[in-house]
Design a protein. Structure first.
Length: 259
């Protein structure tokens, strides 16, 4: 399958306009953010599936934000897992292939040791991975700066679970990884990195600026990957900016095959 290109919908985008826009961009898929107006209970899964088929697009999902899968408190943690499991069920109903999730917890760091919280997160993600597998969805855990699992902690997650990874280029840069260091990480863990959030940066902040407008060399970063889905994730309501990003990414990917 090689490297497939798509984009993540932003909060202002609806699938009814995102899918036609993706077709115009020659994208392979759309990654639907299941939050806001795409919250699971508001969705008509059959209509989404029909629209995707009409436009000859695959679907991925980004599970909703703000769920404390690593909470030390049982009822909070179980509620988060239950809701994310329900979102996976909805995603399966419109044949989503992959689901991105954050390894998050609001556990109060002065009171809870990192080792303990990370262990709870690992257990929760392993549980969600089983649920996702039952629905035929690949669970992809994203690196998010400031959370309990930075890039340096991902090997522990790889050892303890069978989850795949969503590698976010901008988030890695915020953590201090330049393009060369990101490429080295990707090469070392290419067997677990199934999905990439591709976004550019100009500073050590979470900019998510259009691809090609910042400092990162994406061809270098993704070169170690034989197969993966690459989502342009740009903080913009403009499909024009998304298309520009996707075209810039496509040129860098196509250049990988040049002698």
């Amino acid at each position: 399958m090689g490297l497939e290109l798509g984009f993540v919908t932003q909060t202002t985008m609806h699938y009814t306009d995102a899918l036609p826009a993706a077709t115009a961009m020659n994208a392979d898929y759309v990654e639907l953010l299941l939050d806001g107006h795409h919250e699971r209970s508001t969705l008509d899964a059959d209509a989404i599936a029909e629209t995707a088929t009409e436009h000859e697009l695959d679907l991925l999902v980004h599970l909703p934000f703000g769920f404390d899968v690593g909470s030390p408190y049982e009822h909070v943690r179980e509620g988060a897992i239950r809701e994310l499991s329900a979102a996976l069920e909805t995603a399966a109903a419109f044949d989503a292939r992959k689901a991105v999730v954050h390894a998050s917890s609001d556990a109060w760091s002065p009171a809870w040791e990192a080792e303990s919280v990370q262990g709870t997160i690992v257990d929760a993600l392993a549980e969600l991975e089983v649920v996702a597998g039952e629905y035929g969805i690949e669970l992809c855990v994203e690196n998010v700066p400031g959370e309990w699992f930075g890039l340096a902690e991902f090997p522990r997650l790889f050892e303890a679970t069978d989850v795949s990874m969503t590698f976010d280029t901008g988030h890695a840069y915020v953590e201090g990884y330049d393009a060369a260091e990101q490429a080295a990480f990707v090469a070392e863990h290419a067997d677990r990195i199934s999905h990439v959030h591709v976004n550019d940066v100009r500073t050590r902040t979470d900019d998510h600026v259009p691809i090609g407008s910042g400092v990162l060399d994406f061809g270098r970063i993704v070169r170690p990957l034989a197969t993966a889905t690459l989502s342009a994730e740009v903080f913009t309501p403009s499909y024009e900016y998304v298309a520009t990003s996707l075209n810039n990414l496509r040129r860098q990917v196509e250049a990988l095959d040049s002698p």
